[in-house]
Design a protein around this ligand. Structure first.
Ligand SMILES: [Zn+2]
Length: 420
């Protein structure tokens, strides 16, 4: 007999493996069970085929009571470490004060940069840890997080240090991205080339030596970083082992998507205003589109052309873009719900967007995002009658239990509605 299972989950009504095994595009197994050893999936399949001897010797057994099992959800684009809060500014915007006036008075991203620079590492850690608690409660077990509210070397390193601590200490895994090119800091507004030089000559070396950042991201947009500036930064970052990804064509088609294809970026995110001509280009280079519908809702502007991207065969990830300015929302299922309601995505496509495609956009597909032998035992058990209910019933917390690396890390204290 193989090593006994550390954890066995039985009585799962429907399991979405998100692999090619099982039925349909979501790899569905009905009447499923799943077991792990050392936090990795050791067996998955129909419960009727579970090897009896191994099952009987499992150290821990969860009766899923007919819950629907998803791979632990993955939020592949967030800015979760920041100081301060901007609700006052938000209320002023609602009352009709123009953003330019708010920015001129020191609001906008500058307000977050000031607050983040002023906050201690512990303060940032405590706050981001609370946001991760919330994300976990939605069934999220892995989050990508970006720097970019420091915009000086010390604060950018401090944010990365916070993400490294969170990754070690919080149940949610955190994958750090260096985004020193999120904006130009106030002290460099009049001398933008000097800030590019600071990134190239100082920040990248320091971030590379620190060794936490896995990706480098740039906000490539008219008025922010040009494709040429973004390209210089992303190429240099590759020498420090950081894989390029981009904030691309959010407000205008600015050549960012083309750059993503040219440079071999793993992901091009936003794309709300990308020209359709770039779709075949991104498809050919296998760039994952990271779409952020909550941001479109929050700012009340256009949604990306998800349908065209999917019909062309592109991989599409869906994320929250959680940040204090344009998407103060940590609810990843809501992002998937909006993708269905506003972006003509099908149920299965939206689910893959927060599981398998999200793992691919983080180069994590050999570890998470699917339920298959050898991958991590990261599972979200949902209190829903059928899988579709997960996106059909908007705003409700469907999560019943969350398992990370074979351990229960979150449980809903509310009495389940649909479980037996
Ligand atoms: Zn973003």
């Amino acid at each position: 007999m193989d090593a006994p299972y550390d954890l066995l989950i039985k009585n799962i009504s429907t399991m979405l493996t998100c692999t090619a095994e099982g039925e349909g595009s979501l790899g569905i197994i009905k009447g499923a069970a799943i077991a792990s050893v050392d936090g990795k999936i050791a067996w998955v399949g129909k419960e009727s085929e579970l090897p009896t001897e191994a099952a009987n010797s499992a150290a821990d057994v969860i009766d899923a009571r007919g819950a629907v099992a998803f791979p632990g959800l993955i939020d592949s684009h967030t800015h979760l470490v920041f100081g301060g809060s901007r609700q006052d500014e938000w209320a002023r915007k609602l009352a009709g004060v123009p953003y330019m006036q708010i920015a001129a008075e020191g609001g906008g991203i500058n307000a977050t940069v000031r607050a983040t620079r002023a906050a201690s590492e512990d303060e940032l850690y405590e706050r981001a840890s609370r946001w991760l608690d919330e994300m976990l409660s939605w069934g999220v077990t892995c989050v990508e997080g970006k720097t970019g509210y420091g915009l000086d070397t010390g604060t950018e390193l401090k944010i990365l240090e916070v993400m490294e601590r969170l990754d070690k200490q919080h149940a949610v895994e955190v994958i750090p991205t260096f985004m020193g090119a999120h904006d130009f800091p106030p002290e460099y507004r009049e001398n933008r080339e000097a800030y590019i030089r600071l990134i190239l000559d100082e920040m990248l070396t320091a971030v590379g030596e620190q060794g936490y950042a896995r990706f480098c991201d740039v906000f490539c947009e008219e008025g922010a970083f040009s494709p040429d500036q973004a390209s210089r930064i992303l190429i240099a970052a590759q020498d420090y082992g950081m894989v390029p990804r981009l904030h691309a064509d959010q407000f205008r088609d600015s050549g960012a998507a083309e750059l993503a294809a040219d440079i071999g970026a793993i992901a091009a995110d936003h794309l709300e205003n990308m020209d359709d001509r770039n779709i075949p280009l991104l498809k050919e280079k296998d760039v994952v589109a990271g779409l952020l519908p909550i941001c479109s809702l929050y700012l009340n502007y256009s949604y990306p052309q998800a349908r065209k991207m999917l019909d062309a065969g592109m991989r599409v990830a869906i994320a929250t873009d959680f940040n204090p300015g344009s998407s103060m929302c940590s609810n990843l299922p809501f992002a998937a719900q909006l993708a269905c309601m506003q972006m003509k995505m099908r149920f299965d496509e939206a689910i893959l967007g927060i599981t398998r495609s999200a793992s691919e956009s983080l180069l994590m597909e050999n570890k998470i995002g699917m339920l298959a032998e050898g991958l991590r035992m990261d599972i979200a058990l949902m209190d829903i009658p059928t899988p579709e209910y997960f996106l059909y019933h908007v705003g409700r917390k469907h999560t019943w239990k969350v398992i990370k690396r074979g351990k229960v890390v979150w449980e809903n204290s509310a009495e389940p509605v649909f479980l037996s």
